[in-house]
Design a protein around this ligand. Structure first.
Ligand SMILES: *Cc1c(COP(=O)(O)O)cnc(C)c1O
Length: 506
């Protein structure tokens, strides 16, 4: 290419092609610009920590939308100060502060600092994990972490890949389950030939309380939600193995074809673990693929005291791990793990420009061979690497132990207070409960909805909610090891005050 020609063209549109023009590109001469920009951004994060005393500003969607709508991309801002001022107003000042004890809503953990330091390196160096020539050491760092995770699960010949989240990992689990069934029992290659004629009879068993990503996955897999059989649960909302046996028998009786079970290790709404061993026995008996969704429960892998809760996970064919739920990692950081590394061969696809068929992948590895959905992929693994190397796995496990203790104390406290009704105990850290004015409270759904909304728009406390058998419950997700029983008592007092207020007004 002729460089004089480019320079003339640039000059023709009135821009001087000098050093300053290219200062915003991360390159060998922009080190100072880079350091300043990142330092200024980092200072705003420190201000966020210093100034935010509430988990949420309480701003209404219409108000913040109006502010954002007003921004005109035709007019760039003159410097980083004005850019950061604008972003503070549009975003940072109103962002949900997951690190405060008054944030007790969803599965958003506080993040650990070594992982944040890793993010600085990840985004600037910007490796892509698909091939060795785009990641070098990154490929082996990811592989070592996958091997480590796989060993923690209890797999001897496992493998896997980092993914963007638990939903993606669940998709991979059920995709392998589907293709494995067809290959092994029908000698049919779905990857090449599409769905077999009886695919509409394929059935996947999940509990009533399994994550909705399992259902969505069936659309993507061409099976439709009719493929999902919801199995009933026990008193603690865990899959009931007897009901599972019965559901499988019923489907076979109808002429349908069971192919897989998804067991949940840590349900999103209860933090309880399906009976993994009993389910694995049933899976083995019927030759079904067993996927364990441990997106939330994976934190238990690292605790010495509570690891037993995951006994049986090693019997799975594949497992979902969300480091960004239970290993205190920033989003995104997740993994899909398989027990038999050869099973990942089912999803290999070769492209001449990236991972040609004739290449020796022992000599020159390519992680893209293990990834169904993503090609270009962030080096998220480095965050977990920083965390394990700097903090060690034991400390992460102790954080989880602390969460469990705080949850148990909270459950006992809720049970001791007549104004509250606890629905269920948790293996990990989710409690559903409701405020009741008295034992004969008739409009508890309205009261509790009022409380939740009032707290949200005051920004003082963020709690979640869900419905169980049509009844509205408040939900605590305890995922911050710094949150104490005292913090929680304060939150419960606010809940009571708002409950009383509802009764005064109605
Ligand atoms: C959060 C969650 C998922 C989905 O994970 P994402 O990372 O949000 O995609 C799947 N299963 C369970 C049990 C979860 O709690």
């Amino acid at each position: 290419m002729n460089t004089t020609l480019i320079r003339t063209e640039v000059s023709a549109i009135g821009v001087q092609p000098d050093q300053d023009f290219y200062k915003d590109i991360f390159h060998q001469n922009s080190g100072t610009e880079y350091a300043q920009a990142v330092k200024l951004a980092q200072e705003r994060v420190s201000d966020f920590l210093k100034n935010n005393k509430k988990p949420f500003s309480g701003i209404k969607p219409a108000e913040i939308k109006a502010k954002i709508d007003k921004v005109d991309f035709e007019i760039p801002l003159p410097d980083y100060e004005s850019l950061l001022d604008e972003v503070d107003e549009l975003y940072v000042n109103h962002a949900t502060a997951f690190h405060l004890p008054e944030y007790i809503a969803h599965l958003n953990c506080p993040v650990v600092i070594p992982a944040l330091a890793a993010e600085v390196i990840i985004s600037a160096i910007n490796s892509s994990q698909d091939t060795y020539d785009q990641s070098a050491g990154g490929t082996f760092i990811e592989r070592k972490l996958i091997d480590w995770t796989s060993e923690e699960v209890g797999f001897k010949h496992g493998d896997g890949v980092f993914t963007a989240g638990g939903s993606q990992s669940n998709l991979m689990g059920l995709l392998l389950a589907r293709d494995y069934y067809a290959l092994k029992y029908q000698k049919w290659n779905i990857k090449l030939d599409g769905l077999p004629s009886d695919a509409s009879k394929f059935r996947i068993f999940v509990s009533d309380k399994a994550h909705f990503s399992n259902h969505k996955t069936t659309w993507v897999l061409g099976l439709g939600e009719q493929a999902i059989i919801n199995v009933g649960v026990d008193q603690r909302y865990r899959m009931d193995p007897e009901k599972l046996e019965k559901a499988i028998a019923d489907e076979i009786e109808k002429g349908n074809i069971p192919i897989a079970i998804t067991a949940t290790a840590g349900t999103t709404d209860f933090g309880n673990i399906d009976p993994l061993k009993a389910i694995a026995n049933i899976a083995a008996k019927h030759k079904l693929w067993l996927h364990v969704d441990a997106a939330y429960g994976c934190g238990l892998l690292l605790t010495e005291k509570q690891r037993h809760l995951l006994n049986g996970i090693e019997l799975a064919d594949s497992v979902t791990i969300d480091y960004h739920k239970s290993f205190f990692q920033p989003v995104s950081s997740s993994a899909f793990i398989v027990k038999n590394k050869l099973h990942l061969n089912m999803i290999k696809h070769h492209a001449d420009y990236l991972n040609p068929k004739e290449q020796n992948y022992d000599a020159l590895p390519a992680q893209v061979n293990k990834s169904v959905i993503q090609t270009t992929r962030r080096f998220d693994a480095l965050k977990l690497w920083f965390t394990l190397r700097y903090m060690g796995k034991k400390k992460l496990g102790q954080f989880t132990d602390t969460l469990i203790e705080t949850t148990q104390q909270t459950a006992a406290y809720l049970e001791s207070d007549p104004n509250f009704q606890l629905l269920c105990h948790s293996d990990i850290g989710v409690l559903l409960f409701r405020y009741l004015d008295g034992p004969l409270e008739s409009n508890s759904c309205e009261v509790n909805k009022y409380i939740k909304e009032k707290l949200f728009f005051s920004g003082e406390v963020l709690v979640a909610s869900t419905k169980v058998n049509g009844e509205f419950y408040l939900k605590f997700t305890i995922l911050n090891p710094l949150t104490t029983l005292n913090d929680i008592k304060n939150i419960l007092n606010l809940i009571k005050q708002n409950g009383n207020e509802y009764h005064r007004l109605n």
